[in-house]
Design a protein around this ligand. Structure first.
Ligand SMILES: [Zn+2]
Ligand SMILES: [Zn+2]
Length: 382
């Protein structure tokens, strides 16, 4: 595939602003991300990579200037011998809100050596990532929240310094692997030598043999504990969004950094409110008299209740708009609207006096029609 001009790849003019470039990239990433592209994921991944390379260069003013002047050769040298790879991509954060919760998204960046949203290579002793769900009331979408999350962790046992051996010394280096934890097996197949590196069968990768177990941790070298972390839930957040808390995942092996904590936000079910983007929808039932004469009712909102003025002569299923009672944007203060559908409650039965009064008030058409129906039943009944 011949290399295409970066501006052409993103479909923007050479004079495009930084914002134009960013929004073009996000729009195309939405289309070609392997997670969302339904047909041919291989092609989609190639496309996504091509886009990301173009964005990597054009989003950086210095690289963009060099590319504008001298072309590919001025920027490609930085990508290494194989050309652009995911380890060269530094703008994961620009896509995090689109794909951050997707396992494939994270795998794509982590698997290629670039730690998710981070710098440098992924170290091998790194702790595992931890995923948790955090339930918050719907009002958190408006005001934000700072709930405390209890994260179960393993931490190294202090008594044995994480070795699992009593006092941190009651072990011997595994004689099978010499402390490497790995053994190399060499097989010959014809002229081909097959070298397999596998876990040491004697120490199962530990590299040492415990002579006496640490009584505190039972030889595992780890103790479980609970870390309490305040999670900053920003206003405007969507249901199911994922917050990344770096360094609060599983602990790594000695020398390795800890993994990250991924917190998926789930709103408490609020049946009375439905969300569509920044707008909220709810329903209310008003008495017939209020629909006819007008009045005021209270309606449920995201974070409480609000008064709604009902004008006289309101028709059933009228939709009212309460401005500014919807959801805010993630970065911004303006709120959407609350749309209230008003059902009208029609009484199932009336007293004789109410009947008379209504007949009088609403005119003569009703009694005539009702009279005919009554005579019909009287004829059938007798
Ligand atoms: Zn061994
Ligand atoms: Zn211990």
């Amino acid at each position: 595939m011949p290399k295409r001009d970066y501006y052409e790849v993103l479909g923007v003019p050479r004079a495009a602003s930084d914002d134009d470039i960013k929004s073009a990239y996000r729009r195309l990433a939405r289309q070609y991300h392997p997670d969302v592209a339904k047909e041919n994921p291989k092609v989609a991944e190639e496309k996504f990579k091509e886009l990301s390379e173009a964005y990597e260069v054009l989003a950086n003013p210095e690289k963009r200037r060099r590319y504008d002047e001298l072309g590919f050769s001025a920027v490609e040298s930085e990508f290494g011998p194989g050309g652009f790879g995911w380890q060269n991509f530094t703008h994961q954060a620009d896509l995090e809100d689109l794909f951050g919760s997707s396992a494939l998204f994270r795998q794509l960046f982590e698997g290629f050596g670039a730690p998710y949203g981070g710098r440098g290579r992924r170290d091998s002793g790194r702790g595992s990532d931890v995923e948790m769900t955090l339930r918050v009331p719907l009002s958190a979408a408006v005001h934000g929240a700072r709930p405390t999350l209890e994260v179960p962790h393993d931490r190294p046992c202090a008594d044995c310094r994480g070795t699992g051996a009593k006092g941190g010394t009651a072990f011997e280096v595994c004689p099978e692997c010499g402390g490497q934890g790995q053994v190399r097996r060499v097989q010959s197949r014809g002229y081909t030598q097959l070298i397999t590196i596998g876990e040491c069968p004697r120490c199962h990768g530990a590299g040492r043999r415990i002579l006496e177990r640490c009584p505190t941790c039972g030889g595992s070298g780890r103790l479980s504990s609970v870390e309490k972390i305040e999670i900053d839930v920003p206003a405007g957040i969507e249901d199911g969004a994922v917050l990344r808390v770096p360094g609060h995942g599983g602990i790594g092996r000695p020398g390795g950094r800890p993994g990250d904590l991924y917190v998926q936000v789930a709103f408490d079910p609020t049946p009375s409110i439905r969300r569509a983007g920044q707008d909220a929808y709810t329903e209310t039932t008003i008495p017939l008299a209020t629909a006819l004469l007008g009045g005021q009712v209270t309606v449920p909102t995201i974070d409480g209740r609000a008064d709604l003025k009902i004008p006289p002569g309101t028709q059933p299923e009228t939709q009212f708009r309460l401005r500014g009672h919807g959801f805010p944007r993630l970065r911004g203060s303006a709120r959407g609207d609350l749309l209230v559908t008003a059902h009208v409650e029609v009484p199932r039965s009336l007293s004789g006096r109410q009947r008379e009064q209504l007949r009088e008030a609403l005119g003569a058409a009703t009694p005539a029609a009702e009279g005919r129906r009554e005579s019909f039943f009287r004829r059938r009944g007798t």
